[in-house]
Write a protein that binds this ligand. Structure first.
Ligand SMILES: Nc1nc2c(ncn2[C@@H]2O[C@H](COP(=O)(O)OP(=O)(O)OP(=O)(O)O)[C@@H](O)[C@H]2O)c(=O)[nH]1
Ligand SMILES: O=C([O-])CC(=O)C(=O)O
Ligand SMILES: [Mn+2]
Length: 592
């Protein structure tokens, strides 16, 4: 296989040479430090992708799946110690410790650079260094932002090609922006290193728009456009520039009159964003003419438009979704999306080379995610955080507006977590300030998306605990600041699909049936649905939700819609205790 070693396209315009010269100088510096055998500038072409996939197939990084059932699909088995984000090894390195805040691990930037550069020294000997120019957001969007990731992992290149607008077009945008201002692109340096959990760090330098990631090939740690750039660094840029970078899906709900409301929803990792973004309404809704359109499933960048509304884009171009639990019943749109041109990571395999995971169907796989013959005594066939990487354009419900450079206007913001008790199915905040209080007080049970114990309730404000690149006190103040005289802000809601009964089972059927809650939310936005005032906000009673055809006992409904005042008082006290860490930076409306 021959990969080109060419430099960026020669430029005819001297003014715009600045950013390319800057980029070239950085690439040269990195090459001097890491000592790769070859340097490859990624153009994002089909030919380049084919060559990379073929070389990964020949060295075993990828296994081709059954071409009859899954054309152009691949299985990657990661190192067994490298299967999730590593929050304890993820740092925000600001000059002032307080700017990173108690919500982040912090290291002094000089110390962090010297530790990282020590790890990077000579680490690419014998390897190819790939230079990946990428754009987060539609190439022509004023809301989009560019970056360049340097990596020694071809798996990262193949994933970045799906997840971002990668290659020549992004490089042209970087060149164009550089003619206006230098230093506008994010620099991300990544190496697999030795995949040693003891030599692994994910470091962010927001003041330098720089990321350094060493020792992991896993999505959130290695695909630097995603969590590292589009959330941690972008949240920092967004605060300076007056916009929001959030851990939210974006979904369009079209009513039978043909009007579409866009909803942005923040749920922590593995708490239902992809599923809600691709929801298929129950039959009676479909027959009445309701439709659901997917704009994004993980990240949302939004800014106030001239009309005072918040306008949002999905900065990503693909889905990096949780495989386990995805089935024809739970998420048919996702299943249809991943039938071709998909990379599967850490799933099981059937005897005829098809990907398999728990919850898909009742077949028995032949191999587990480690490649061993499947034996239930060894645990699940797919790792609980097994993922698929696929282009958003393959999704049957992909919205026509998803590539709109102006974005879509947001009618409602929904917060949600995984809470077995206390938190009702849905409630509405009284106003924007109350909405910020509700989002800031969020909590959720931990999941397999990050290493560590699963199922422990922790505070996760706005689902941004692992992703906010600066002090949460300043972040809450930034959220509050959008409530200006001309603003036409979305209504704010909170949902919980994960309430459990005494039998330990989920009380609410969830998935497609979540449409019933979305209908109430849209009804509230349009002023058509009623609500009851309670101490925590506005709730529907059972008569205000369309529950037709659902098999829910009166007891279950009481559980889903009750407000336990004593329980909420204890919750409030816990939130306030956690806020103490933010001291003076905690804005007044969140105190007491
Ligand atoms: N009970 C129940 N489970 C759900 C529901 N929605 C999603 N899940 C399950 O929650 C898990 C994670 O769902 P996803 O939609 O992939 O979560 P996500 O927020 O996109 O996760 P990340 O990609 O990590 O950000 C899967 O196992 C789903 O089957 C729901 O409405 N009810
Ligand atoms: O980025 C990742 O590692 C996967 C993901 O979506 C999350 O954990 O929220
Ligand atoms: Mn997801």
């Amino acid at each position: 296989m021959q990969l080109n070693a060419a430099r960026p396209l020669p430029t005819s315009n001297t003014a715009s040479a600045t950013s390319l010269a800057e980029l070239q100088a950085w690439v040269d510096d990195v090459a001097r430090l890491t000592q790769p055998d070859r340097i490859h500038w990624c153009d994002g072409s089909d030919a380049e992708n084919k060559a990379l996939l073929a070389s990964m197939e020949s060295d075993g990084t990828l296994i081709a799946l059954n071409p009859e059932t899954h054309p152009n699909c691949w299985l990657h088995r990661s190192d067994p110690d490298d299967v999730a984000r590593v929050e304890h090894l993820t740092f925000v390195c600001t000059r002032e410790r307080d700017d990173a805040g108690p919500n982040n691990h912090w290291m002094d930037p000089a110390e962090a650079h010297s530790r990282m550069d020590g790890l990077f020294e000579g680490c690419m000997r014998g390897r190819t260094m790939y230079v990946i120019p990428y754009c987060m957001g539609p190439i022509e969007s004023p809301l989009a932002r560019c970056g360049v990731e340097i990596t020694d992992s071809p798996y990262v290149v193949a994933n970045m090609r799906i997840m971002t607008r990668m290659g020549a077009a992004a490089l042209r945008r970087i060149e164009r922006e550089g003619s206006e201002r230098t230093g506008t692109f994010v620099r991300g340096l990544h190496s697999l290193g030795e995949l040693d959990p003891n030599r692994r760090f994910i470091m962010h330098f927001p003041e330098e728009l720089t990321i350094k990631s060493y020792g992991s090939g896993y999505g959130g740690n290695a695909l630097l456009g995603k969590k590292c750039h589009a959330l941690r660094l972008a949240s920092w840029q967004a605060r300076q520039e007056g916009w929001l970078a959030e851990h939210m899906l974006i979904v369009g709900i079209e009513n039978p009159q043909g009007e579409t409301h866009y909803v942005a929803a923040a749920f922590p990792s593995a708490c239902g964003k992809t599923n809600l973004a691709m929801l298929i309404p129950p039959a009676r809704y479909r027959e009445a003419g309701w439709k659901v359109w997917t704009v994004g499933d993980d990240i949302c960048w939004m800014r106030p438009g001239a009309d005072g509304r918040l306008w949002a884009i999905n900065p990503e171009a693909g889905f990096f979704g949780v495989a386990p639990g995805t089935s024809a019943k739970s998420n048919p749109n996702a299943l249809a999306t991943i039938q071709h041109d998909t990379i599967f990571t850490n799933v099981g395999l059937t005897d005829d080379g098809q990907p398999w995971w728990e919850g898909l169907d009742d077949r028995v796989p032949a191999f587990d995610w480690k490649g061993r013959p499947y034996d239930p005594a060894n645990g699940p066939a797919a790792h609980p955080n097994a993922r698929f990487t696929v282009s958003a354009a393959q999704c049957p419900s992909y919205s026509e507006r998803a590539e709109d450079p102006q974005g879509v206007p947001i009618s409602a913001i929904v917060f949600g977590g995984r809470r077995a008790s206390l938190v009702p199915l849905v409630f509405e905040a009284r106003d924007w300030t109350h909405g910020v209080q509700v989002g800031a007080a969020m909590a959720s049970e931990t999941t397999a998306a990050a290493t560590g114990q699963v199922g422990v309730v922790r505070r996760d404000p706005m689902a941004m605990k692992p992703f906010c690149g600066y002090n949460f006190g300043d972040y809450f103040a930034h959220w509050l600041s959008f409530d200006t005289a001309d603003a036409k802000l979305p209504k704010v809601f909170h949902v919980n699909w994960f309430r459990k009964g005494d039998d330990g089972k989920f009380v609410w059927p969830g998935f497609g049936e979540n449409m019933r809650v979305l209908e109430w939310i849209i009804g509230r936005v349009d002023g058509k649905a009623d609500a009851v005032e309670t101490p925590i906000g506005l709730l529907p009673d059972a008569s205000m939700l369309d529950l037709d055809g659902l098999d829910l006992s009166a007891d279950a409904l009481r559980t889903l819609l009750a407000v336990d005042e004593a329980g909420w008082a204890a919750e409030h006290a816990d939130v306030q205790a956690q806020y103490a860490a933010y001291g003076d930076r905690l804005p007044e409306p969140l105190r007491g």
